[in-house]
Design a binder for this molecule. Structure first.
Ligand code: FAQ
Length: 311
């Protein structure tokens, strides 16, 4: 077969036709630099979120209230590490090394989900994280299963299967606590009060304030906007809260239709403060990651030595 060289215009047309026809873009396909850079940013930040997100829950492994809950929590946190690996793998297909991604994180040039900069104070927080944070993550990730970049979409399919178990394990903790003593009920409500707003912030700024949404929607990287996903999340989560007797900490929450709600104002100042490094645990999270990375240097050296020897 004779290979015909396409010029820039033809390459762009071919790329746009694929996007229009729902054909996935694959690593060896031509793609505009802006599309590549957009994906490098989003997928690597997503990977960092999964890995940094292990810290608030990891805090509770040694203090889980039963062997059963310890085993479930261990498996869940291990899954999150695995999600980070799938996502770093997907991001690396865009031509950036894992080391570079980690350096950007450590230098503060890459972001990770703002929600992980809040502390996990007691066992009810483990429930709230699974129920709300994984619940928010999965709402977004279900739609990302149809994202236009093949490796990212395929990673999402696998991640979503695990994420739905995570959401249920969190909800089970909240539900059991709401069937418990008055103190346990208070703990569950307090955890909801503290995690509700950070969970809503996970979806990012309102669409009108979101600089990346335009290109993301045009290229079908994002299939639904920040606000649409946030709405979906509250519509499914509020009935779950009511079912077990929890109250959503939003005095301005309104029911606007059957199973449809409108939330009160989000504190965007808090959101940007956290994103800019000034949340309650930003420094701690990053320092812990840097320390763990340094402590693991010998493992990487051994793996590389073995890899070189076995070539
Ligand atoms: N946190 O223009 P947009 C999980 C940044 S996985 C921090 O709207 P975009 C699993 C944004 O990057 C959770 N930064 O941006 C788990 C941008 O800055 P940049 C992670 C945020 O990309 C559970 C700027 O603000 N999921 O939790 C946040 O179109 C439990 C302007 O924003 C994903 O990453 C935020 N919340 O939309 C693990 C999903 N929101 O980059 C362990 C994939 C916005 O230009 C335990 N990512 N920013 O410097 C996405 O869907 C999107 O990237 C958004 C942001 C929706 C996060």
């Amino acid at each position: 077969m004779i290979e015909v060289e396409l010029n820039q215009e033809e390459l762009l047309k071919e790329f746009e036709d694929k996007i229009a026809n729902e054909v996935k873009i694959e690593p060896r396909d031509w793609m505009p630099d802006e599309y590549r850079n957009h994906l490098i940013r989003q997928i690597s930040q997503h990977a960092h979120s999964e890995v940094i997100g292990m810290q608030p829950e990891g805090n509770w492994i040694s203090r889980a209230p039963s062997l059963r809950s310890k085993k479930i929590l261990l498996a869940k946190i291990q899954d999150e590490g695995g999600h980070g690996l799938y996502l770093y793998g997907a991001a690396e297909t865009l031509g950036v090394s894992r080391d570079q991604f980690i350096n950007w994180l450590h230098e503060g040039k890459a972001k990770y989900a703002s929600v992980f900069n809040y502390p996990s104070l007691n066992w009810a927080d483990v429930g709230a994280i699974g129920w709300l944070v994984d619940g928010a993550a999965i709402t977004n990730q279900v739609s990302l299963q149809r994202t236009s970049y093949g490796p990212y979409a395929r990673a999402m399919v696998r991640i979503c299967k695990e994420e739905s178990f995570h959401q249920r394990q969190g909800y089970e903790i909240m539900w059991k606590m709401m069937e418990g003593t008055e103190d346990q009920k208070r703990m569950a409500q307090d955890a909801l009060n503290r995690w509700w707003w950070p969970a809503l912030m996970m979806f990012g700024p309102h669409d009108s304030e979101s600089p990346n949404t335009g290109n993301a929607v045009k290229w079908k990287i994002k299939r639904e906007s920040n606000d649409r996903l946030r709405e979906k999340f509250i519509n499914k989560t509020i009935p779950q809260a009511e079912l077990i007797g929890l109250k959503i900490p939003d005095p301005n929450l309104k029911q606007i239709g059957e199973e449809q709600y409108a939330h009160g104002d989000i504190d965007w100042k808090e959101f940007w403060d956290v994103i800019n490094g000034n949340g309650p645990c930003n420094q701690q999270r990053l320092e812990h990651h840097i320390q763990a990375h340094q402590d693991g240097a010998w493992v990487r050296e051994c793996a590389n030595a073995y890899h070189t020897k076995s070539k």
